[in-house]
Structure formats: C-alpha cells, structure tokens
Ligand binder design. Structure first.
Ligand code: SAM
Length: 373
C-alpha cells in the first residue's frame, strides 16, 4: 500500500518532499470506508467518526511512536484563563479587541492562586496561565504571580501563554520560575498571516518571539489552527517545515471554529479529519513532542479529544478557571466545558482517557529528552 510506504518514510526520515506530502494528504482525504476497530471502541454508535484503512495505517504508526516515548501516559495541564482583555484584533478570535459583545474579566492574583490550589489537590502538576494580551498585567505583576506559584508548588511546571513580548520580558518570566511557553505561529506563510491578523502583527515578530523563548531555555510550543480561512495545503506544508526546523517541545493544533462576533463568522470550521491527519503527521515528524488533543477538537466532535489521542496526541488541558468566568473566555462558538467544576472536568477526563486505552499520569510531564540548562 502506498500509504504504508509514505508513513514509513515519514517515520524514518521525519519529513517528505512537497509532492509526497500532497500525495499523503490526498490519500487521507479520500472517502472513508467505515469505522476502524479502535474508533468503534470509543465511539459506540457515533457514525461520523469513520476511519479509512489508510487512516488506520497512519494513526497506528503515530500511536506506536507516541508509546515509544510516552507509553500509555496522558499528561494533564490545568488551564487557567486569567484574562479575556486583549489589545490585539486577530480576525478569527472571539476575544479580539473590537468585539464589543465580549464580557471582559480579569482574575486577581488571589483568584489565580485559588485555581492552582484546587488544581494541585486534584493532582495537576502543570499550570497553564493563558490570556489575551492584557497590558494591565505588567511584567512585574506576571513575575509576582509566577514566583508565588513557583514557591508554593516547587514540584509543578508553570506554562505561560500570554502572547508576544520582548526578549527581556520573556527572560524576566523565566527568572521568576516559568518553565514553558505556548505561542502558536498560527500560520508560517506571510501572506496568510497578513490575512488572519491586523497590520501591526507580523509573522517575523511571532517567529522572533518563538526563537527568543527557545534560546532562553523554555520548553516552547508553537502550532496552528486547522482549516483557518484561506488556508491552503501548501500553507500547511510550509507550517510542517517550519515546525521541523524550529524543533518545538509542544505543538498546539486544533480546528479553527468561527465566532459569531468576528469577521470570520460565516467561514467554515476546520474538520475533525484534517485535524487528526495533522496530529498523526506531526507525531511522526517530531516523535517526542508534547501534543495536546485540544478543547476545540472536543468542540467539533463529541469524542474529538479521544480520537486525537488515538491519532498520536498525548496531552489534555482541562479547564481550571473559576466557573463564573469560563463562559466569558470564548475564542469560538460552542466551546465545551464552560459550566463544569474543575473536579468534575478532571473525572470526566479520566474516563475519556481510559476509554481511549490510555491512563492519566499525574506528573509534570516534561517533553521527552528535554534537559534544562
Ligand atoms: N494571546 C495569546 C496568544 O496570542 O498566543 C494566547 C491566547 S490566544 C486566544 C490562544 C489561541 O487560541 C491562539 O493561538 C489561537 O490559535 C486560538 N484561537 C483563537 N481563536 C480561535 C478560533 N476562532 N478557533 C480556534 N482557535 C482559536
């Protein structure tokens, strides 16, 4: 089978030529012939989740590779969405500056520490602080929050996801105790980047940020939205090449989902299948990478995250934000888990992970082979 040859080559050489990538994605996007055994186990009677024999080959190889690096472990990250104020106006994002309908909120340091306390008691050993680019959190405030978490929870990893900053700011956060940073490049193509973002944001600065973060010793996550408006296959191939050259420790890949108060309100969402294909390809290209099955994937399909795990993902990021603000951090329409308490999210996630044939690992969950200097 041609899919076997392409999968083997990707696994061995960790890349393909443009023509081979195009062929691989064309084979994968051909009609699915029925649910494959692994998917049936978790999907029961959900008929949309079908997987062709070709996809089964790719996903099987991706799972084998993830198990070589991480066994059956799935790492949990406690996500604290601490502000939905943002100075940026990204055209896809529900918390963009010009969305007057967004009900804005900020969490105080005490509220953030409460989330961490609750998360720690539930077994989380990584906290992810994510927010819009909210200048009211000065570097001093961020450093104060990070160093408090660091001294209260020395055995936990602290991840920041707060956008584009200067190298000096990134260094200050690192010195205060941050370990990891998530900053998706969103798209590596300058023209596509220009289409998705306002004038003042550039792909050059995004990549500069990622390079600085890596150089400063963070475990760094980049990534893209699948099926964002005007995204082409050649954009995706360019992203894969960028990721391979950059060598991230984490890759965040989830479907684009429209938000009703953005210019992209009428655009089509990214698909389950395209997202699963990309997760599996990334697992084969970057075998030891931390790869989340995202909330957006769980939003477009009832068992999207489980299917993500079966395609090579090894991280899940349950929400630890206080329930009264969850429904306000709406990047896209229909976001799941906006009403659940952290404890019920945690046990729901355990069940989902088990159903997919994996187990929750209550550890920091660093990137395989990552050694901080
Ligand atoms: N401000 C930080 C940044 O720029 O990295 C972190 C917050 S930002 C809202 C987190 C991620 O949400 C973005 O990297 C983007 O990929 C994702 N996102 C935003 N709008 C989305 C949408 N409509 N559909 C899917 N993902 C979206």
């Amino acid at each position: 089978m041609r899919i076997q040859a392409l999968t083997d080559k990707l696994r061995e050489e960790r890349t393909l030529s443009d023509a081979e990538f195009e062929e691989l994605f064309a084979i994968l996007s051909q009609g699915a012939s029925g649910p494959c055994a692994d998917q049936v186990r978790i999907c029961n009677d959900i008929p949309q989740a079908v997987c062709s024999p070709e996809e089964a080959v790719l996903y099987g190889a991706a799972r084998q590779v993830r198990e070589e690096y991480y066994g059956k472990d799935v790492y949990l990250r406690g996500l604290i969405e601490f502000t939905n104020y943002c100075r940026n106006d990204c055209r896809y994002c529900g918390i963009r500056r010009s969305n007057r309908n967004a009900e804005r909120y900020r969490l105080s340091k005490e509220q953030i520490l409460d989330c961490c306390a609750q998360g720690y008691a539930l077994g989380f050993r990584t906290f992810v602080l994510q927010g819009g680019e909210d200048l009211s959190y000065t570097d001093e405030k961020i450093c104060d929050i990070v160093s408090s978490i660091r001294s209260l929870y020395p055995d936990c990893a602290i991840t920041l996801s707060i956008g584009e900053k200067t190298r000096e700011s990134y260094k200050a956060y690192k010195d205060a105790g941050a370990d990891r940073y998530l900053l998706r490049q969103e798209t590596s193509s300058p023209a596509h980047y220009r289409y998705l973002h306002p004038e003042e944001l550039t792909i050059e600065n995004r990549k500069r940020c990622l390079a600085d973060l890596k150089d400063l010793g963070y475990q760094v996550g980049c990534g893209i939205m699948v099926g964002s408006p005007e995204q082409t296959l050649s954009n995706v191939i360019e992203d894969l090449r960028y990721m391979r050259d950059f060598g991230p420790h984490m890759v965040g890949v989830g479907p684009f989902i429209p938000h009703r108060d953005t210019p992209f309100r009428d655009e089509k969402p990214g698909t389950l299948k395209d997202t699963l294909h990309l997760l599996a390809v990334i697992r084969l290209m970057l075998p030891g990478v931390l790869l989340p099955a995202t909330t957006a994937l769980g939003t477009i399909h009832p068992v999207g995250r489980e299917l993500g795990l079966l395609a090579g993902a090894n991280v899940i990021m349950p929400n630890l934000s206080p329930v009264n603000v969850r429904g306000k951090y709406l990047l896209y329409d229909g976001k799941i888990c906006t009403g659940d308490e952290a404890a019920s999210c945690r046990s729901c996630m355990d069940r989902r992970i088990e159903r997919a044939g994996y187990r929750t690992a209550l550890v920091r969950g660093d990137c395989a082979g990552f050694a901080a200097e």
